[in-house]
Design a protein around this ligand. Structure first.
Ligand code: URA
Length: 235
């Protein structure tokens, strides 16, 4: 992914962004052997060789992890309202990770975090139709017909949902646990889908992203993803 040169230098720990600008203006930075003195210059650190005073800088190593997000954390890196953020749960990792997509404040479960923008973009791109599996505890007992309606697609305020898979997992006195698999990521989609058919979501947990499952990863913990784990997302 292309980024401004001063940002790349700052990210690589060469200097603060302000000091990196001074390095660029002073003609001390080369990209693929060419001295760059414009501050607006953008490059993809994975595609080019960047040198400062002739010394090659190494691009930040890519990190991929799966976090089991607890409720009560926002999926942003900082929050103007001072709420807890998922960044706090991965603080000990020396890379600037960002969440891939979002989960509501009250939603728990599988959240991928990475510093690889291209990877995040691929996962989120609708053309890949990556499935997201949720367990939703809803009030009442959705009828077979209701589940069928949700799986065919229903009209929400601004769009019609794509086909989904639904399965009743458990029936309790006043609520039901339903597995729902969707491959879209519209805001509050699962909650809105159930709301539209008269069932409030009482608790929501994403248990898998593609075929990458949380399994027994404890709440608030993360695991690093191997290349094989990452493959699971697309399979
Ligand atoms: N659907 C929702 O309603 N909320 C989430 O956090 C994720 C999917």
């Amino acid at each position: 992914m292309e980024e401004r040169l001063q940002k790349i230098l700052a990210r690589a720990g060469i200097a603060s962004r302000r000091a990196a600008e001074q390095l660029i203006l002073a003609g001390r930075v080369q990209v693929d052997g060419r001295t760059i003195t414009q501050l607006g210059y953008k490059a993809d650190p994975d595609q080019v060789s960047i040198r400062v005073d002739g010394k090659k800088i190494s691009a930040e190593q890519k990190v991929y992890l799966l976090l089991n997000k607890p409720a009560g954390y926002v999926t942003t890196l900082s929050d103007p309202q001072g709420r807890k953020t998922v960044a706090e749960l991965v603080r000990n990792i020396p890379a600037r990770l960002f969440p891939v997509g979002r989960l509501d404040l009250d939603t728990e479960g599988a959240l991928i975090m990475t510093n690889d923008g291209a990877f995040a973009h691929t996962i989120l791109h609708p053309s890949h139709e990556i499935k997201r599996t949720y367990e939703a505890l809803v009030n009442g007992l959705p009828s077979r017909n209701t589940l069928r309606q949700l799986s065919t697609g229903i009209e929400l305020d601004d769009f019609v949902t794509a086909p989904a898979k639904l399965r009743l997992l458990r029936r309790e006195a006043k609520s039901s646990l339903v597995e729902i698999i969707i491959h879209e990521g519209k805001k509050r989609q699962v909650r809105r889908m159930f709301q539209a058919v008269g069932h409030r979501v009482l608790h929501l947990r994403r248990i898998a992203y593609g075929n990458l499952r949380l399994n027994n990863l404890p709440l608030g913990h993360y695991k690093m993803l191997s290349p094989a784990d990452r493959e699971q997302i697309f399979s």
